[in-house]
Design a protein around this ligand. Sequence first.
Ligand SMILES: Nc1ncnc2c1ncn2[C@@H]1O[C@H](COP(=O)(O)OP(=O)(O)OP(=O)(O)O)[C@@H](O)[C@H]1O
Ligand SMILES: [Ca+2]
Length: 944
Amino acid sequence: MALNFEINQDELFGLLEIGEPTLKKRLEDQEGIEGVMKKVCVDPKVGLRLSETQSGFKTRREKYGKNQFPEQPTKSFFTLVFEALQDSTLIILMISAVVSLVLGVTVEDPRTGWIEGTAILAAVVIVCLVTAINDYQKELQFRALNKVKDDVLVPVFRETEPGLSAAVNVSIHEINVGDIVLLSAGAKIPADGLVIFANELEVNESELTGEPKAIHKNKNENYILYGGTKVMTGEGRMVITGVGIKSQWGHARKNFTKPPDPTPLQLKLTDTANLIGIIGTVSAGLTLLVLVIQWVLKNMAMENGFSFESFVEVVDFLIIAITIIVVAVPEGLPLAVTISLAYSMKKMMKDMNLVRRLESCETMGNVTSICSDKTGTLTENQMTVVAGYFLDNYYKEIPEKFDDKIMEIFGEGVATNSKAFWDGKQAVGSQTECALVNLLMKLKYPYIKFQKENEDKIVKTFTFSSARKRMSTIVKKNGNYRMHMKGASEIVFGKCSHFMDKEGGAQKLNESKENEIKGLIQKMASSGLRTLTLAYKDFTKTGKETFDEPDQFEKDLICIAIVGIKDPVRKEVPRAVKECQNAGITVRMVTGDNIETASHIARECGILTDGKAIEGYQWRNLSDEERKKLVPELQVIARSSPNDKLILVKALKEMGEIVSVTGDGTNDAPALKEANVGLSMGITGTDVAKEASAIVILDDNFKSIVNAVLWGRCVYDNIRKFLQFQLTVNFVALVLAFVSAITKKGSPLKAVQMLWVNLIMDTLAALALGTEPPTRDLLNRKPYAKTDSLLSNKMIRNILTQGAYQLSVLFFILYFGGSFFHYDISIPEQQVHLYTILFNSFVLCQVFNELNSRKIHDELNIFQGLFKNAIFIGILIFIVAVQFLVVTFGGKFFSTTPLSLDEWIISISIGAASIPLRYVFRLIKVPIEASQLPKKSKAQKKED
Ligand SMILES: Nc1ncnc2c1ncn2[C@@H]1O[C@H](COP(=O)(O)OP(=O)(O)OP(=O)(O)O)[C@@H](O)[C@H]1O
Ligand SMILES: [Ca+2]
């Protein structure tokens, strides 16, 4: 079918221009919303045609564009290299290298004088390249992750089979002008458009206009919907008129994608890095000072005083000093965090965690308190009606068939008063409602037929909300009205004045009957069933009331039935809860369900032990003081409203806890935002909840939350591993340079060698240690406190002891190596040989100490999981291989000479000794941080 579009992009855009006073007139010119739909070739009863879907909407998109925003160009690789070059220490180093080059060639010896300067320049280039490659990859990765984050599914109404239209979920980028989009509470509007149907539809447009109050939308008055705004309540349908940059939203968000802000850990580390940098600079300054003084004294003592040639030496000193700074400045520290975060984000996706905010990765590791929903998170969200109260009889099991007396009204109640539907094979929609639909199908109730025939009898629906905990629908019935209500059993039953007796007649409730039925509710609930009461009432409308307010009808109802719905606990949950508790995290359940049901399930999960379970209204009415007193014991809040969750999060935070909270509904957004880490549900969560959250739990499963904790801890510990490694090298390199300078040994490690060491310990180590995968052991320790330093006492001990060992060996080679290895260090060639041994031992010490650094909590086995980390092994092999090449073929460039086999064995042994020594040093007891002390888990006790 040929598409004949009769309206163009600009005209459509003009229909909803913000601030334009003549919008109504413009719409009238296009013959109203109906006219617009006709002109963009869509029939609202059909949606976009199958033929168009099959052709990939080619013609339509040529005319109106795609719902995508042009990507911001990635920084080119050269820009990144250029940025890396702007580092001030590197610039000074390059200038010195050029000076050295010039002096070397002119003053020293034109044949060899160029080598040092060139080598340094080459090293600088390599450092820049590596930095740039890292930055580049990081950018690409975050981009890919951001793409996943922005790609939400939108329900649209389209022709799915010839002659048949249905709701299908499509990616937001696949939305076209002309698409009919279905809106429900919590959904984000995918693009600009016009309302074609609305029931209680309220939209929050604060993102676009700053107006915080939700705006009522309908077909006649406020009929414009802007992309990017959010449906707060109600439901509706819209036709899309503007996509991508040709939407108001697109105009507003031109400069939208910005790089992620630095995370708290990154900021903390930048501070640490700066401090280390300052220490390095001071040491370098001192070293330079000492060298220069010695040089002055030496030259003054000489007969012919200062020669021009001797100035070459000063340039050398300068280069060494700057190299010390380069080595000392831990550029790799922030880099390690980024690598570790990016790596974890990617892996977390496999563990069903979509990270929306980078910092939440690390915060998750320090969480002390998790407040979890029940339905779907702790339970499977597979609901079945297993028991019930029908025709004044309690059924422990649901029979094959019920009496017709009840089926009529019960069937009508479910069929008219729920959003779930039967798609031919299964029930689709909210699981609670699906349980009812499934029950009807099982009872052979002509559900589909009934729903079709009665569709237009529905006058008004008051949709379900967690705050009201019930849903009601008013239908036309024989000229009068009937209201069906279903919802939280005690609440709905509380509004009933009658029940249905065995004959299906309405009987007035007396006190004993009321208590009997309440007893049944309690009985079902305390065995873990979710209970739902269905009720109805007939009434005539006097004409005064409108159907806007549900409350006016909600009394004197007749109770039709009470059903008990089973939703089994996910089998992996009890273990996951246990793991959290071992990890020093308190798990609490906050649920909308009945207190008996909630307590039962909480006990099954291991959440409710010896603490308290209370109801939302009790919690709400406590004073701040009372609340704080209760919180340590509190384990379950039942019949909660989303606001109760918010109060809980605030209270916990005030008490110094780091709080993570789950939520799926639109109303959960404030609590999700308030928490340190908000977790939204990937399957049941609304767009609004997802946007308010820091992490989306893709499979809604509590176990995945534990995985997020695990990854968070992994990030934190990986950074600490890197820090321990880095500081050991720093410590040794600085002391070695300084001490050899003041003891007139010059500088045994040459500038180029140090630049290589810098590469090993910064970039390569960041990569190796930053990508260590998590082990379950991480859950055996308590969360670090906010006040804990990045360096634990154990780490400080490790740095000092390993550093002391390395220094003693290196000094031995420096001062006594000549006689030990039989080299005469007054002969330059032999001195180079000895210093090569020293350099080689130094590097190999780092290689083996990198293995030590894999475990920072005094774990027994440092090799645990090593072979699962290919990157780590690859990097170690790479370092050793390059080191071999540097030593053997480095020559004048690296100031090295090939070593004999014996000498290799000795250097390797020196390096390898650091591993057994770790076990010796491990015996030195240091005080344990307070955060790790109280109430140790069994696993930790065993280890100690
Ligand atoms: N579609 C519905 N129609 C009517 N009543 C419902 C519906 N869904 C749930 N209920 C009732 O409302 C109660 C609370 O639901 P609410 O949505 O607040 O909690 P939930 O989200 O299901 O549970 P949780 O908070 O543990 O995830 C349920 O116990 C049930 O009795
Ligand atoms: Ca460095």
